[in-house]
Structures are given as C-alpha cells and as structure tokens.
Design a protein around this ligand. Sequence first.
Ligand SMILES: Cc1ncc(COP(=O)(O)O)c(C=O)c1O
Length: 368
Amino acid sequence: MTDIRIPETLRPVDGRFGSGPSKVRPEGVESLSAVSRTFLGTSHRQKTVKEQVARLRRGLAEFFSMPEGYEVVLSNGGTSAFWETATFGLVREKAQFAEFGEFGAKFAKAVTDAPFLAEPTIHRAPAGSAAYLTAEAGVDVYASVHNETSTGVAVPVRRVDEGALLLTDATSGGGSLDVDLRETDVYYLAPQKALGSDGGIWLALMSPAAIERAFEIKASGRYIPQFLDLVTAIEQSRLEQTYNTPALATVFLAAEQLDWMNAQGGLSWAVKRSAESAAAIYGWADRSSYATPFVTDPALRSAAVATIDFEGVDAAAIAKVLRANDIVDTEPYRKLGRNQLRVALYPTVEPSDVTALTTCIDYVAERL
Ligand SMILES: Cc1ncc(COP(=O)(O)O)c(C=O)c1O
C-alpha cells in the first residue's frame, strides 16, 4: 500500500498539514539561522532577547488591532499552562464553560478539580457541533474556544455577560479566524499554529478588566504556585521577558511570522487566506463521492482546521500513503475515533497546496 507513489507534479510544494505543531515557513528558519550566533544561546535577560520579546508583543498587538488598555502577556508552558494559570489567577469563584471538544474539556476539568472554586456550569455539545455560553448570575468567568482543534468547529467570539470576564481559547483559531478583541477579555494562544513557530509558550491578549482581576485575586491571599502566578507573568511581560527561561527560537520565529503576516495585510489578509484554503477543501469534499465535511452545519465549519469524513475508503490508509509521500500529519485527532482526515488551514499553508492535497487524496483513494 505504501508503495503507491504520488507523482511529484501532483504533490503540494510543502507537505506539512499538521494542526500543531504546524508548518513553519522556511523563510522564518532562514532568518533564525542568520541570527544564530548573536541571538541563540544568549541571555534572556539581556537586550538582544528582550528586543525579540518586544517585537513579538508589538506584532501581536498590531495583528489583532489590540484595543487601548489591553496588554500582551506571555509565559512558559503553552496553552495548557495558561489554563492552570487562569484557574488560579482569573476565576474568582464560579466559571461557566462552553465545551464542544477535547481542548475545551481540559480547561473545564482544571477548574472543576480546583478545590478552592465552586463547581462550574458546563454547557456541552457532541463532537462536530457547538455549545454556547449563556448569561448566568454568579458567574465571574465565562470560557469558550474560538476553534476546537479536535473537531474542526469554530464559533464567533461574543460576550454574553458584560459583568464578567470572557476567556477565549484561540490556540488554533487565533490568526485564521476573524475577531474583535473588545468582545473578549482574554484571547489566548500558543505559537505552534497560525503563528508558524514552535510550541512551549502561551500568549494572552488581556483586557484591563482581566488584568485588574489577576491583581485582585493575588491580593486576596489565595495560594498560587509561583510558576502559575499571572501577576508575575504580567509584570515580567511588561519588562519584555518571561518569569523563567523561554525557548528563544520559539520567540524569534513567532515574532518573525507576525512581522510577515502584518506586512501581508494583517489579520484580514490571514483570515482571507485561511478562508480560501477552507473553500478549497470543503468544496472538494462536497463534490466528492466518498468524502464529506464532518461538521454538518456549514456555519460552524472551521477555516482554521478542516475535518473530513470518509465513506468506503480507509482514511487511516490514505494518511499512511500520504505520509510515505512526504505529505504529513493529516491524521484525525486521536480520541475522536472517526474515519477522518484533519487538515490545518493556517495562513502559513498555501491555499494552492491545500488544493494539491485534495488531488493527492483522490489519487490515493482511486488506487487503494
Ligand atoms: C484549542 C487548543 N487549546 C489548547 C491546546 C493546547 O496547547 P499546548 O499544547 O500549547 O498546551 C491546543 C493544542 O493543540 C489546542 O488546539
């Protein structure tokens, strides 16, 4: 089976379609290489590195048209660390979650397990559909996911309660989907997706209300582990550094990518490019006799991560042949357990490569 050779002429120029870690632009790596002796392996408390942290924070603020008073905060540990940080540092008493996939569920679990917080309200929806937040008395933090990477469902970012904080997991949606940051208090992400970098840090665009909440909770005397102290992260970020040692390459590549995307036209350009890739893959699936978009409601179909179900063709076998032909990471989210392929549509990915991928899938399916 893995003997099937896809002709070079049909293959995408770049075969990386993973939902995270995802494609890193070769140009970014070349820029990193160019500073390898002056930047890599140097102190993160000195100017050279702090300038890159500053460039990253500036780039994010520009890219997301950050409103007045909001701040870019970053620290180590990726989004998973941010969930714990928010559990200790942003939820005063009670949270409400919209949970429609594995990643939303992980944050909800962190809060549910915290002995110092009330039992959260969790609105759940089955995989492939969306759950929504509703205004509820007593809730001080609402939490949802812009794009659920495990299922390929995307929802708009919208406040439901002016009197509470809204936290939006933009780990995979940020940079591919449109957003007005005034609609949320914390828009948090990690650099291994649309930011075309490597993993390991979390980035959060925080409103004045969210920053105030962090200081309020810290002042209350609650026990907060040092590594998860959001106030420390805010204060360190203001100094263009992180609490502990970051991956310097990750910081540099993300800053480089943001400069590139801002030069192309910023978020509106990125959203358009992802939408183009989405139109290519969903359009192909709609026309296909054996492939269909997993998300049945077109309005919920993600332009960041596409999930495509297969009938009568073994998706795992297709993924295996693609991999043998250097087209990688099209496997579905492992816990979803469907006969499916999952394809990242982040702005780093060329829409023409997504079209080429669909041609390659047809080529393999015909020969299996
Ligand atoms: C929506 C979403 N949230 C959170 C995470 C976890 O991010 P990290 O691996 O940086 O902890 C991911 C990772 O894929 C994700 O897709």
